[in-house]
Design a protein around this ligand. Structure first.
Ligand code: ATP
Ligand code: MG
Ligand code: MG
Ligand code: MG
Length: 436
């Protein structure tokens, strides 16, 4: 992509309304623009990252056996009356009336709708297990939308719903999502810690929030340092096999949010391993049994010919919130430092003097990198080199390839690693080979 033809509205001033670094950097780097409180337009650079995050989420959901579909954003109120949540949900729900005076709502979540889809088609234990997910915009009229995409009103969520015959199999479904989440966040360069979370009136121990530690996080958390060093399950994990060993390993060290915090249990953790910190909730998994299937009549036939309400769980990931969480974890004074898997482009090619002998070298490395499938943002504009460097650092692409008149005298270009700051002078061919 040539920057001269792109749309990257970088802000020079630091926006005053942004209280935290990720929000400031997303606005300055031209990734998002607020259209109304907590409602954002995704500008091209932000949209690219959102798509990369979404892709990773999809790959890991699919790997674990979940099946993707897409439900609408607008839902009929009647479904929510069946579950009893229409009144209970309160002001966070955006309620809408259509021209026929039918009550509708902009979905804050989809338990009711997926239960309705399930009950319309599935009748037998033979069709289980089933896990259906979608990635769709949600609306919650948050009292205090803030921190940019971190707490928006309109936000993108991945939500999966599992259906099983009994508690034991539902627990296995829960384990599959638990492991998929460990892999998902690690691939984005994040350390997201599963922490025991509140199950409310349903009880039991099957609810975890995945939390990224950050001083700007809204949750207060307590953990045993040991959990930070645990291995992430590999790509070859057998999701049809027994995952309880992995779950055991990850749920043994103490880790809880303030609602579930147990001073006595935390007291047993060695003093030098105790961490109390703040964190961002990027995911939440929850087994809730028959909470929706019972009132909504989603029943399946057992092998013995008995009808039972299906056991369910739901599993959310804050896809748009993740951009904020990643930037909170990956930045320096100059800007964002994207982990490679989610970077909007892999390489920023800087032409230090457009209209000079630099053009030819830039054009040729640009063509070769593109041909090799490397995503390049080529700054071909006639602006100052200093401005180009600052913009590239701000938008945080993993590598910068700098072509300048001085280097070219000895036939060399510079490759800079954004994360480490390491610089290397190479021939254009060697630079291309390094970046492929
Ligand atoms: P929070 O405690 O932050 O309000 P929640 O517990 O209400 O979140 P869930 O219902 O568990 O959220 O939704 C699943 C995921 O969706 C959350 O883990 C979070 O990552 C994301 N999410 C929830 N609310 C928002 C929001 N207002 N803006 C962006 N992402 C959100
Ligand atoms: Mg909430
Ligand atoms: Mg929460
Ligand atoms: Mg939650």
């Amino acid at each position: 992509m040539r920057l001269s033809r792109y749309f990257l509205p970088i802000l020079k001033e630091t926006p005053k309304e942004a209280e935290i670094v990720s929000h400031r950097l997303m606005l300055r780097a031209g990734m998002i623009r607020q259209q109304s409180a907590g409602i954002y337009a995704w500008l091209p650079l932000g949209h690219r990252v959102l798509n990369k995050i979404q892709r990773i989420v999809e790959e890991e959901q699919n790997r674990s056996g979940a099946v993707q579909l897409l439900m609408p954003t607008i839902q009929p109120a009647d479904l929510w009356r069946e579950s009893g949540r229409y009144d209970a949900y309160g002001k966070e729900m955006l309620r809408i009336e259509d021209r026929h005076e039918r009550e509708m709502l902009f979905g804050p979540t989809n338990e009711e709708m997926i239960t309705d889809i399930f009950r319309s088609y599935v009748r037998s234990y033979k069709d289980l297990p089933l896990n259906l997910y979608h990635i769709q915009w949600k609306f919650r009229d948050e009292v205090r939308p803030r921190f940019g995409v971190m707490r928006g009103r309109e936000f993108l969520m991945k939500d999966a719903y599992s259906f099983d015959l009994d508690k034991e199999r539902s627990t296995e479904a829960y384990h599959r999502m638990f492991v998929a989440y460990l892999r998902t966040f690690a691939r984005m360069g994040l350390t997201a810690i599963p922490m025991k979370a509140d199950t409310g009136p349903i009880g039991g121990d099957l609810s975890h929030e995945f939390i990224v530690l950050a001083s700007t996080g809204e949750s207060e958390v307590f953990l045993d340092k040991d959990i930070l060093g645990l291995p992430i399950p590999g790509e070859d994990t057998d999701f049809d096999g027994d995952l309880s060993g992995i779950i055991e390993q990850w749920t043994t060290p103490y880790a809880a949010t303030d609602e579930m915090h147990d001073e006595a249990a935390f007291g047993a953790v060695a003093e030098d391993k105790k961490v109390s910190a703040r964190g961002i909730e990027v995911g939440h998994i929850f087994h809730f049994g028959t909470k929706y299937s019972e009132p909504m009549g989603a029943k399946v036939m057992t092998a013995e010919g008995k009808e039972v309400p299906v056991q369910m769980g739901s599993y959310g990931i804050g896809v748009s919130r993740l951009l904020g969480a990643i930037i909170e974890a990956c930045h320096d004074d100059d800007g964002i430092i994207w982990p490679k898997e989610v970077a909007p482009f892999h390489v920023g090619l800087i032409n230090m003097k457009a209209g000079s002998e630099c053009d030819e070298v830039c054009e040729s490395v640009y063509a070769e990198l593109e041909k090799a499938g490397v995503e390049v943002l080529y700054d071909d504009r006639k602006t100052s080199a200093g401005q180009k460097f600052a913009s590239m650092d701000l938008i945080g692409l993993p590598y910068q390839l700098v072509v300048g008149p001085r280097g070219l005298k000895t036939g060399e270009v510079e490759v800079k690693d954004r994360a480490t700051g390491d610089r290397e002078m190479l021939t254009p061919e060697a630079a291309v080979n390094k970046l492929i």
